[in-house]
Design a protein around this ligand. Structure first.
Ligand code: COA
Length: 325
């Protein structure tokens, strides 16, 4: 039997209650702990680098009496206005299996269709994402997706780096590596806001424009950061050879990182990675998530990281009447 609830659009005054709801409803502690940062990042609708337009987001809550029963957050894909993403769905544990999740997901589909989506992905909408897809341990969410007609659309995984103890391979010192790089004329340093234009250009030129916004979001936030490998350019100034960033998607998550192909093999990546992980350790994280990986052997060798979180991605084509049934 359906619970007594009504759906209303999420407004900013409800955000503290939504954070509380997520703290109580995201069953995995590592997600519940970061609920405030997750909600803030997913609701951030400021224009992305290189765009004048605000990001298109949708948000709905289910109200049951005076309390919130559930929430759904969604957004339109950065590069494809015809694709919507559901970024977060959560229902209070004691109110599950009463149709709240179904109603929220259908309403989100309708709202996304209303701003131009013809398909919806249950997959991360980088640079604003909290998960690449649905963590396989959220079994009820996977059941909900299948019940609502979503079809599998790939798998993604994170790697975990242990930051609980300074003897962890993830926190191995970088002094020797940096000295070796200095011998090659390469300097390693923390990125500052003044690096942003060159860094965004570097990420775009070398990695096809999928990481520039994530890199940009890692600079200037108190719970994020970025390290660079640079060489003095012929005309003076720094030529960027590689970067590693953390905290863009979530404070405890690492990535993206990239070294220009001509500079690969010098040991830049391992040094930049561990400098970021050391920052995250200093900020109090006992584990870091290397998100949406990537080169598994590199992270295993450079930081002793292991594959842990696995995500299923889903897709659904919307019919013109999406969200109305
Ligand atoms: C996923 C979640 C939002 C579902 O909310 P809900 O209100 O319980 O969902 P509904 O009652 O509308 O269920 C819709 C359908 O999904 C399926 N379903 C949901 N939970 C299920 C479960 N535990 N077992 C089997 N099927 C399930 C069923 O087909 C159900 O329809 P039915 O009850 O008529 O059989 C809720 O379990 C939740 O908040 N989980 C934790 C957060 C989470 O995993 N979020 C996803 C990551 S962002």
């Amino acid at each position: 039997m359906d619970a007594e609830f009504s759906l209303v659009e999420l407004t900013d005054d409800l955000l503290p209650a939504v954070v509380l709801l997520c703290q109580e409803s995201l069953d995995l502690p590592e997600d519940a702990t970061e609920a405030a940062a997750i909600v803030a990042r997913l609701r951030d609708d400021r224009p992305l680098p290189g765009s004048a337009e605000r990001r298109r987001t949708v948000g709905l809550v289910a109200r049951s009496g005076d309390a919130l029963a559930g929430v759904v957050l969604g957004s339109i894909a950065r590069r494809d206005p015809g694709t919507g993403h559901v970024d977060l769905l959560a229902v209070r544990p004691e109110l599950r299996r009463r149709g709240v999740g179904r109603a929220l997901l259908l309403a989100a589909e309708g709202a996304l269709a209303g701003v131009g989506a013809s398909q919806v992905l249950l997959a991360g909408n980088a640079p604003h994402y909290a998960w690449p897809g649905i963590d396989v341990r959220y079994t009820p969410a996977i059941c909900t997706a299948l019940a609502l007609g979503y079809t599998p659309d790939g798998t993604a995984w994170n790697m975990t780096a242990d930051l609980s103890d300074e003897s962890s391979p993830a926190l191995r010192g970088t002094g020797a590596g940096e000295a070796r790089l200095a011998g090659e004329g390469v300097t390693v340093r923390r990125a500052v806001p003044g690096d942003l234009p060159a860094l965004v250009e570097f990420a775009r030129d070398n990695f096809g424009g999928s990481w520039d916004a994530e890199v940009a979001h890692s600079i200037g936030r108190p719970d994020a950061g970025c390290h660079l490998a640079v060489r003095t350019a012929a005309g003076g100034g720094d030529e960027i050879l590689g970067f590693a960033a953390y905290g863009s998607s979530r404070p405890s998550w690492f990535g993206p990182m990239g070294t220009a192909s001509a500079a690969q093999g010098l040991g830049i990546g391992g040094v930049l990675l561990r400098r970021c992980l050391r920052d995250q350790w200093a900020a109090g994280h006992s584990r870091a998530q290397i998100g949406w990986v990537g080169p598994v052997p590199f992270y295993a060798a450079s930081a002793g990281a292991w594959i842990e979180r696995v995500f299923f991605l889903y897709r659904k084509r919307l019919t013109p009447a999406a969200g109305t049934s």
